[in-house]
Design a protein around this ligand. Structure first.
Ligand SMILES: [Zn+2]
Length: 343
């Protein structure tokens, strides 16, 4: 009897395992990029030269390190807004000047009022569903007389968002409108405590229940020490926490278009760095929205005045931007809305 019970248990156990692995296989197989040639075409509009020009602008001395609420940061926000206007990429109807006012009352004491910058391309089929691409626009200002340029943190992410916006707009003008709306959100006050993204998540412009995913970029232009010998990588954090499908979409996008090494070291739940909680995506994840945090890891110039534009690896920045764009393309164009479930 005992032996029989044991063998029945083994059978049940293996069936359950099989069912799970079958589910995973089915899910993976369901993720198919159609129109690959079309996607390639618009990925190739991500240009090293333009990324460089945006990083150099945003991290230049004239913006004095982009401290939240200071003139330099306000001027950078204006640069972003003018860029969207120049590309005819719209502001939300409710925020026609591209700014979401962030009052100083929600910021650490001593800081001035600030703003998130938001633009979007309206979806053609499901305009009420939103894919977000986010990056913080602020940095650390001037400390002890030294300007903190923050070229990687987060000039790189800011430039990537602008380039993707331009590429999606170009596709849209050629008739390849995204099915879902794609939102480009530059949040303020990240460095002083993720306040801009928290303010947005508590005061959303587009309904959170229809915000299907948030792809957040914070530092993607450099190489960290463990990857000195192989710089063809990016850290992926959080992709499997709220949606197994999202995790595999990023992998499939990478397999089809970029072939980077996807490093999940910092995705481990017991990772001592706690990066999952340390950038703006977390304020969306905590509301149940599936997120991915794209990150290059820390380097010698991290949070130092030496994080300058000349040290950015621009071809690598372009490649990483293409991974994020192809992931966003899928999320915006897949027949079914992303399934927020862990399998
Ligand atoms: Zn940052």
């Amino acid at each position: 009897m005992k032996i029989l019970v044991a063998s029945v248990l083994i059978l049940v156990g293996s069936c359950a395992t099989l069912r799970h692995s079958e589910k995973i296989e089915n899910l993976k197989n369901s993720i198919q990029f159609k129109d690959k040639a079309v996607i390639y075409k618009y990925l190739s509009s991500i240009e090293i030269k333009q990324l460089k020009s945006h990083v150099e602008e945003v991290s230049s001395d004239k913006y004095e390190g982009r401290m939240t609420g200071e003139t330099g940061h306000n001027q950078v926000c204006n640069y972003l807004r003018e860029y969207y206007k120049s590309q005819s990429i719209e502001a939300p109807e409710s925020h026609a000047n591209y700014y979401q006012f962030v009052p100083k009352e929600v910021l650490p004491e001593g800081l001035n009022n600030s703003q998130n910058v938001i633009a979007y391309i309206k979806g053609a089929e499901f305009p009420e569903e939103y894919v977000f691409i986010t990056a913080h626009s602020d940095h650390e200002g001037i400390i002890n007389g030294e300007i903190y340029n923050g070229a990687d943190d987060n000039g790189s992410g800011t430039a990537a968002v602008l380039e993707m916006a331009e590429a999606f707009k170009l596709a849209s003008e050629d008739g390849y409108h995204p099915k879902r709306s794609i939102v480009f959100l530059h949040v303020t006050a990240e460095e002083v405590g993720l306040h801009g993204s928290r303010y947005y998540a508590n005061n959303p412009i587009f309904p959170l229940e229809n915000t299907i995913s948030v792809l957040n970029i914070d530092m993607i232009g450099r190489v960290d020490e463990p990857h000195k010998e192989n710089e063809n990588y990016i850290y992926i954090i959080g992709s499997d926490r709220l949606s197994t499908e999202l995790h595999f979409i990023a992998q499939k996008a990478n397999q089809e278009f970029t072939n980077l090494e996807l490093d999940y070291t910092f995705n481990e739940k017991n990772d001592v760095n706690n990066y999952y909680y340390r950038s703006d995506h977390y304020n969306f994840a905590s509301k149940g929205i599936p997120v991915i945090f794209f990150f290059n890891g820390e380097h010698d110039d991290y949070t130092k005045p030496t994080d300058t534009a000349d040290k950015i690896n621009y071809p690598l920045l372009a490649k990483r931007t293409k991974l994020i764009m192809s992931t966003a393309w899928y999320l915006a164009n897949s027949p079914n809305r992303l399934y927020p479930e862990i399998i």
